[in-house]
Design a protein around this ligand. Structure first.
Ligand SMILES: [Zn+2]
Length: 172
């Protein structure tokens, strides 16, 4: 369970508000493959709508990722507003649900962990191409990378490279 767990029984038609902070500690549940750091405020507004709930999510702050070009830290703004629908079913595992904004829980569920949902919302909101604005990449890192690239292109002469060629000829 993440730290973002909201009670469901207390939801009213007037709505109930929850505030959370998503920090680096929050990421420890999800690994740091996409996000290296996170500093966001989350505001949730949960409204009872008959037999289902509406959860309005607002996530604001910034996320630290790795720049695709210079591999240095890059801070990206996060500004997400999404409305989720929470439905209840006796057999939620049998319900076909391909809408990311619809969450189906077992009837009688008293609380909901929104950690994964909020994490996904942040990740999806970020641009596909994560790079510093033109000219703002770390020049030293770029120089180092292009040097490494150059080195990788040079043919490697080891005592075994000749042997490999020999084996290849044999195979053919
Ligand atoms: Zn960069």
């Amino acid at each position: 369970m993440s730290e973002i767990v909201i009670p469901l029984h207390g939801a009213t038609r007037k709505g109930q508000e929850f505030d959370y902070e998503l920090s680096d500690a929050f990421l420890s549940d999800f690994g740091r493959d996409v996000l290296e750091g996170l500093d966001c405020k989350v505001h949730l507004f949960v409204v009872q709508k008959g037999d289902w709930l509406e959860v309005q999510c607002a996530i604001k702050g910034n996320a630290k990722v790795q720049c695709d070009r210079c591999l240095e830290d890059l801070l990206l703004p996060v500004d997400v507003e999404e409305t989720l629908t929470v439905r209840f079913d006796a057999a939620p595992e049998d319900v076909v649900n391909d809408d990311d904004n619809v969450i189906i829980l077992r009837e009688g569920t008293s609380e909901m962990d929104l950690g994964q949902t909020l994490y996904d919302l942040v990740c999806v909101s970020l641009p596909m191409c994560k790079v510093h604005p033109e000219g703002e990449c770390n020049p030293e890192a770029l120089a180092r990378l292009s040097k490494e690239e150059e080195m990788a292109k040079e043919p490697v002469n080891t005592p075994f490279s000749g042997l490999k060629d020999l084996l290849k000829q044999k195979e053919n």
